[in-house]
Write a protein that binds this ligand. Structure first.
Ligand code: PRX
Length: 638
């Protein structure tokens, strides 16, 4: 009998040791006992990080929606699967039972089929956080189409890049979306994007905000009438364990976004097992993850992980500040939320509003709290613990990535003693290593290094869509025979891990990964800009904010700098989305460079952070004099 739910720290260690000693046997037991397979695997695992290639449960057949929906219909058909809380607090919440979810997913699946979508086709989903988003994801999985969800805050250019990269045939979107007091014209963004996407044949449109929109003849159709007519059952496509389930784009430090490919069997096993243990979910619980399904957190811990466990998972359409900063707590009270999972940036923003607002709400249903997406600072951790968890609800600080598919390092609540700012211990099956710059593993405790993983786990992304070489270069080239995470970490005296942040040119702003290169490329498109460099600097709420150093082409011309700043941010909004806007822009005449012409971001980061005490040796720079100049501009003015 596998230990599907871990209850004591001794049990954790026992299971952890077993998972490392014989990973195949460990995962096989879990896969065997807790899931519905149409055919069992011939081989649990084959892998080679040199190629790189990883295959779990090869030869097995399944459909993930049978595991997430069908099998629950008999045991908990009338239980709420998805609890939808709309943007407007006066609009009633919607309880979608497992039975109803089955029907809705089947109808949507049949609509997709009727539009010619087959196993292996890519479908882009660009929707707000409404039930149709989860339903569309599951409908694709039902028929074996590969979903590519694009966060509905991305611009038309960013959307087009993602649609074209994976050659999506069909897009599911809505007439618009609500975001607090605002409405956003999503369909207009899709229309703009599709001007450069010849691969898209059909667009299905959900009516959400009842706005007047353009429907392109022959391409666009309202979804609801099609759903009404569709048959309410749909035989699931039988998938191989290693068939792709979805593509999800994440920013790289250079180049275009990386379409991380996740496959079916291993992803299901890992997200379900981690969900069960990390959130200690019990049958009557109401679980809420505040992420958007446009990110991996939403894929794994709003949709697949919770539903594979027959859980009730909340989907919230709105924002934490609407109609006021009590909204999260209002929802917790209203739906008696037991597990609450959010990002440090949200915690910091809510903490800033003070504790008075909390007094209005009954938060006693909360049993545990989670955080994800970026390092949580000590102050935010304590605020969360004191005011939301009332010091009785463990905080699970979960470290993981789009690429890892599921949580990798995290306390198990009530099992692992927590420590503020520490993600603590690896999940069973996860073998972390800290590496030094010479490529050697740093053994022992009280050490710091680059965080790698030594052995595959079931939900590791298998490739980058269309670019396996980039997959190899990005994750498997820095350290031999290791998956390199791009993060730095330290291991304390008892072996707990603390993630210290990115060691590459990815900056995490409000929990969103942003590559510097794509932002710089966008800025450089402004006709007045010659060159630019983006760095991150600490920010009270967002964790990091973006600082742009910009060189103008014609320095003699006295253009209005404030207008230029606005124009630069406008270009970034158009090319990427508002999440990538710069907080500060400094115009400068030059950038510090090495003799080989590389921008010294380390120095720029320090200056932006107002920390010039230890800039290191600048004499080897091509243009050392520029450092003083920039310091004068930035520090004196600040
Ligand atoms: O730097 C780490 C940070 O977020 C990165 C992954 O971002 P993304 O792929 O967007 O996935 C976010 C949600 C899983 C990581 O490389 N990160 C994520 N969780 C934590 C974290 N940093 C510190 N502590 C965490 N708990």
């Amino acid at each position: 009998m596998s230990h599907y739910s871990i209850k004591h720290i001794e049990e954790y260690w026992q299971i952890y040791r077993k998972s490392v000693r014989n990973p195949e046997a460990f995962w096989e037991e879990i896969a065997e006992e807790h899931f519905l397979w149409r055919k069992k695997w011939d081989n649990v695992l084959s892998w080679d990080f040199k190629k790189p290639e990883v295959k779990w449960f090869e030869g097995a057949q399944l459909n993930i929606t049978e595991n997430c929906i069908d099998r629950h219909i008999y045991t908990r058909g009338n239980k709420t699967a998805i609890l939808f809380e709309p943007n407007n607090p006066n609009e009633p919440a919607e309880h979608i039972t497992y039975k109803k979810l089955h029907e809705r997913v089947c109808r949507m699946a049949n609509v997709l089929k009727s539009k010619g979508i087959k196993k292996g086709d890519r479908v882009c989903i660009y929707l707000p956080m409404i039930p149709e988003l989860a339903v569309a994801v599951l409908a694709c999985a039902r028929i074996g189409a590969i979903h590519s969800v694009v966060f509905a805050g991305f611009s038309s250019t960013a959307l087009a890049t993602r649609i074209n990269d994976s050659e999506c045939k069909l897009v599911i979107t809505s007439d618009g979306s609500y975001r607090g007091p605002k409405t956003i014209d999503l369909k207009g963004i899709v229309d703009d994007a599709l001007e450069t996407c010849p691969c898209v044949e059909k667009v299905l449109v959900v009516k959400r905000i009842q706005s007047e929109i353009q429907m392109k003849e022959g391409r666009d159709e309202w979804l609801q009438p099609l759903l009404n007519e569709a048959y309410s059952d749909c035989v699931p496509e039988i998938m191989n364990a290693e068939d792709p389930l979805f593509i999800l784009y994440t920013s790289g430090s250079t180049g275009k976004p990386k379409g991380m490919v996740h496959t079916t069997g291993g992803y299901m096993v890992y997200t379900a097992y981690t969900f069960k243990n990390i959130f200690q979910y019990r049958e009557e619980d109401v679980y809420w993850c505040t992420a958007d399904i446009g990110w991996i957190t939403g894929h794994s811990y709003i949709v697949y992980g919770p539903l594979a466990n027959g859980a009730t998972t909340v989907m919230f359409e709105g924002v934490p500040s609407y109609p006021d900063y009590g909204r999260f707590w209002d929802i917790v009270q209203k739906h008696k939320v037991n597990q609450f999972y959010t990002a440090p940036t949200a915690i910091r923003a809510l903490a800033k509003e003070g504790v008075e607002i909390l007094e209005k709400y009954d938060l006693s249903s909360i049993k545990l709290l989670g955080t994800v997406g970026e390092p949580i600072n000590e102050e935010a951790w304590h605020w969360y613990d004191d005011n939301i968890g009332k010091r009785k609800s463990p905080i699970v600080d979960t470290w993981w990535q789009t690429e890892t598919g599921g949580v990798m390092i995290s306390p198990i609540p009530y099992v692992t003693p927590t420590k503020p700012t520490y993600a603590t211990l690896p999940f069973p099956g996860i073998q972390p290593a800290l590496m030094n710059e010479l490529g050697e593993e740093i053994k022992g405790n009280q050490v710091e290094g680059r965080l790698c993983i030594k052995f595959p786990w079931p939900s590791i992304a298998r490739t980058i869509w269309g670019d396996h070489n980039r997959y190899k270069d990005t994750y498997f080239s820095a350290f031999e025979n290791m998956y390199f995470t791009g993060d730095g970490a330290l291991r304390d005296e008892v072996g707990y891990y603390r993630i210290t942040g990115r060691v590459d040119d990815v900056i995490i702003v409000s929990g969103h990964n942003l590559g510097t290169a794509p932002i710089e490329d966008a800025i450089n498109e402004h006709p007045a800009v010659a060159e630019s460099a983006i760095v991150g600097y600490p920010h009270d709420i967002k964790g990091n904010a973006l600082f742009g150093y910009v060189i103008l082409k014609d320095t003699g011309e006295s253009r209005n700098h404030d207008n230029l700043r606005k124009e630069i941010n406008q270009i970034i909004t158009e090319q990427i989305g508002p999440i990538a806007k710069l907080d500060q822009i400094q115009f400068t005449s030059d950038l510090p460079k090495t003799r080989s012409g590389k921008i010294m971001r380390r120095i720029l980061r320090k200056i932006a952070s107002n920390d010039i005490s230890n800039l290191g040796d600048t004499s080897t720079l091509l243009n050392p004099e520029v450092v003083e100049k920039i310091i004068d501009q930035v520090i004196v003015k600040a």
